[in-house]
Design a protein around this ligand. Structure first.
Ligand SMILES: *Cc1c(COP(=O)(O)O)cnc(C)c1O
Length: 485
């Protein structure tokens, strides 16, 4: 199985090459042909523990890796990194099923992929006969950056540079990034929002693709590890007696760049009995409107919300879904050209019909988000973060008549203490670190160990650039002999 560009303007490459390149040279995203997707019999997988399960799925979707090789990479990537040995436990809170994806080193779901990506990247690089150093460029809405920095820190042959929107991440997220240690890490803020940072990174790729790769979910190596927990959740729900064998399970996914939910689509295409994928958005509800109307229109106000990792108006991975549903790179190229030139496009009805057979869309503003956090805490003593709360709301709106729905819990509530405390009726104040302590006292839920002591760590990264200066900045940093801090 080869990977080709969603826009059809670049040669097909091996899975290893797709991981090394990150973005296809025509500006498209690497994707498998829809009719080349393998089928896996989920019944063969249901008793495997997480690393073995992950290995089977990785090897199926990244055929350059044998099952044995993939399992070794998974074990290396995850060992000692997750505070819960199950990696992605499914938790029943008063009947609601939460898939907790935040037990990794940075307390957000992106760890699940980003603990693995460095290992996939170095192995892929070797398979491709690549010898020079790789520079990883990453734009972050808050959580990817830290997870990527942790994952790639001190990995030989790789440097990583993270761009975050100066005023678009939470204080905890910012502190996590600017205090990052390591001899191969760089962090720089951008005067703009996440879309500015992401567009800037894509532009750098177009200008100087040699030796660059990406840790964003535009990299297929980020997406594939996320398919695994859709399976593990299904098997856990079976074991908990919440579904019968073969019964369909719905998933509510707090969505920004559309990577996580696309992994759910891939799980369904591989043969897992997936029902509806609930695309849950905050006030930046460009995807809700798209799924409901077929018109993708990014020309709208950008809202800074309490769920900042979903404050996105250009959802990159939707491009992969358009390709997988239509199989038509010409169509995708034309829609993406319209998006870039006019800020909008209309997808054909036939494509939207297929899309709606699998996806449903919901959105929830900040008031609804905080009400959800309060309701679940009061009823079930379960503490949700703001992103998880948006997905929980979607699951309630979807209703129980379609069978059980797993809510993807993408971050620890301690990453967004002001919003969570506020939801619980506590005056928040201005010191996020004091709020983390207050949240712990109030809830009795222990703070993740890796967030403790953040306040005392020295700030090591203070660079800040305008979006237009990102390319020059990267050229200058690339020429520096050492980034050791
Ligand atoms: C990144 C992120 C999301 C959105 O995931 P996408 O794959 O970008 O759709 C949701 N919640 C949290 C906490 C995140 O960090």
């Amino acid at each position: 199985m080869l990977y080709s560009s969603t826009r059809g303007g670049a040669p097909a490459v091996s899975s290893a090459q797709a991981i090394v390149d990150g973005l296809a040279p025509d500006g498209g995203l690497y994707v498998m042909a829809p009719d080349a997707l393998p089928k896996l019999d989920w019944r063969d997988l249901k008793d495997l523990e997480y690393p073995a399960l992950a290995a089977r799925i990785l090897s199926a979707l990244l055929p350059d890796f044998s099952v044995e090789e993939a399992e070794a990479l998974v074990r290396r990537g995850y060992s000692g990194k997750f505070s819960d040995p199950r990696i992605a436990p499914l938790v029943d809170a008063g009947g609601d099923l939460f898939l907790e994806l935040f037990h990794g080193p940075t307390a957000a779901f992106k760890d699940v992929a980003l603990c693995l990506l460095p290992h996939l990247m170095t192995a892929s690089s070797a398979k491709c006969g690549h010898t020079g150093d790789i520079l990883i460029l990453t734009a972050t809405s808050g959580d990817t950056g830290k997870a990527a920095l942790e994952g790639f820190r001190d990995v030989d042959g790789i440097r990583i540079l993270v761009f975050f929107p100066r005023d678009g991440v939470s204080p905890v997220q910012k502190a996590q990034m600017v205090t990052q240690t390591g001899r191969n890490v760089g962090v720089c803020s951008v005067i703009g929002n996440f879309d500015d940072a992401q567009t800037g990174v894509k532009r750098i790729f177009a200008a100087m693709p040699e030796g660059l790769s990406s840790a964003n979910s535009i990299n297929i190596g980020r997406l594939v590890p996320q398919v695994v927990y859709y399976y593990s959740a299904y098997f856990d729900a079976l074991r908990m007696g919440r579904i019968r064998e073969g019964e369909k399970l719905n998933y509510a996914v707090p969505t920004g760049n559309f990577g996580d939910i696309l992994a759910g689509y891939l799980a369904a295409e591989l043969g897992l009995p997936v029902g509806t994928l609930l695309c849950a958005s905050n006030a930046n509800n460009v995807l809700t409107d798209f799924i409901d109307t077929g018109v993708y229109d990014r020309r709208r106000p950008f809202h800074k919300t309490l769920s900042p990792s979903m404050d996105i108006l250009i959802s990159s991975n939707l491009e992969r879904l358009l390709y997988l549903l239509s199989g038509d790179p010409g169509l995708v190229a034309s829609l993406m050209a319209q998006l870039s030139a006019e800020g909008r496009y209309t997808a054909p009805d036939a494509l939207m019909e297929k899309l709606r057979a699998r996806f449903a869309a919901f959105c929830c503003d900040d008031v609804g988000t905080q009400a959800a956090i309060a309701e679940v805490w009061e009823k079930h003593h379960y503490l949700m973060d703001t992103h998880t709360a948006v997905a929980w709301r979607a699951a309630q709106d979807f209703g129980k008549e379609h069978g059980p729905t797993v809510i993807l819990s993408t971050a620890s509530p301690y990453k967004f203490p002001a919003a969570v405390l506020g939801a619980l009726g506590q005056a928040a104040g201005s010191d996020e670190f004091a709020m983390m302590d207050a949240l712990e006292t109030l809830s009795g839920v222990p703070m993740p160990a890796n967030l403790r002591g953040l306040r005392e760590r020295p700030v090591l990264h203070t660079d800040c650039v305008a979006p237009a200066d990102m390319l020059e900045y990267v050229k200058r940093r690339k020429a520096e002999p050492s980034w050791a801090k």
